[in-house]
Design a protein around this ligand. Structure first.
Ligand code: BJW
Ligand code: ZN
Length: 244
């Protein structure tokens, strides 16, 4: 993508955002990459080092909860010192300017909230929360490392990370709200996601079919790059602050 076409695309998006009353953002691991969070796929990706099926499935947790918890403790340790980058911070500012703004994120790192975003829908949960496998009690626990194996204060059963593993359904309340916003927004920004994991991957396409201007910001092309209205190749931390 030439510098000229990047600049032209940025202008198109700037104009659309200046007019728009309702904006939705869908973010993925790429938006946190410049903060130091490893992505899942591609170079240096977590799933290149570890097999997702060994660590991020309910079967893996049932087989070896200690191994899975050690993986999440390592990720918590990695995330603890990290801070939001220019992309997270710009989106928090954009929210203040709009009457309708929803940030749908697949990320579990909590960096959007740390940047000041308020209307955040976490599709895949949050690594700083733990959930009881028996009674469902949900609590925030930011200890690093978390003493293993953690148990529920109410019922004594095993706690698990409050994240959505492969094969698990997403929280229906959160998913319904996400679809509602996707279907009524005028502009949707799809930032730093490879578009491989459903149901998040198809949300941009749904917004587009419903008439929204859908803008992708990604270092690499994705299966949706040619379908979206605009696709901008570049780093989120560099492109997003230029959009408004
Ligand atoms: C930059 C950048 C920079 C880098 N600037 N960009 C329909 C069809 C086929 C399969 C399914 C289907 N429906 C459901 C499924 C099964 C499955 C699925 O989608 N499988 C596919 C792999 C085929 N989905 C599920 O199981 C979901 N559940 C569900 O739908 O329930 C109903 C159901 C169940 C079973 C069957 C059918 C229906 C649950 C999915 C849960 C995903 N969980 C994870 C782990 C979370 C916990 C943890 O972190 O440990 O969520 S997997 C992992 O992938 C994580 C992410 O949120 C998710 C998406 O990854 P993301 O964010 O896109 O990251 P990457 O690494 O893939 O991409 C990074 C991108 O950034 C790249 O494009 C880079 O270029 C870019 N980038 N630096 C801009 N600086
Ligand atoms: Zn319990």
């Amino acid at each position: 993508m030439s510098q000229h076409s990047v600049e032209k695309s940025i202008c198109t998006v700037r104009d659309a955002l200046a007019e728009a009353k309702s904006v939705v953002v869908l973010s993925g691991a790429g938006i946190s990459a410049e903060s130091g969070v490893p992505t899942f796929r591609g170079q240096g990706g977590l799933w290149r080092q570890y097999r997702a099926t060994d660590l991020a499935t309910p079967e893996a947790f049932a087989r070896d909860p200690k191994l899975v918890w050690e993986f999440y403790n390592w990720r918590r340790e990695l995330l603890e010192p990290l801070r939001p980058n220019a992309a997270h911070l710009s989106l928090a500012k954009l929210e203040n300017r709009l009457s309708s703004f929803v940030l749908i994120t697949q990320n579990i790192d909590g960096l959007h909230q740390m940047a000041g975003s308020r209307n955040v829908l976490e599709l895949h949960g949050n690594i700083w929360k733990v959930r009881c496998t028996a009674c469902g009690r949900l609590t925030e626990d930011r200890r690093v490392p978390l003493p293993l194996l953690p148990t529920c204060e109410d019922c004594g059963a095993l706690l698990r990370p409050h994240v959505v593993w492969f094969g698990e359904t997403l929280d229906p309340g959160i998913l319904d709200r996400a679809y509602e916003e996707v279907l009524r927004c005028e502009v949707m920004l799809v930032i730093g996601t490879s578009g491989t994991v459903q149901p998040a991957a198809s949300m941009g396409m749904l917004a587009g079919r419903n008439g929204a201007l859908v803008v992708e910001i990604n270092l690499e092309p994705t299966p949706y790059s040619d379908i979206y209205s605009v696709s901008i190749a570049g780093k989120a931390g560099e492109i997003v602050p230029q959009l408004f």
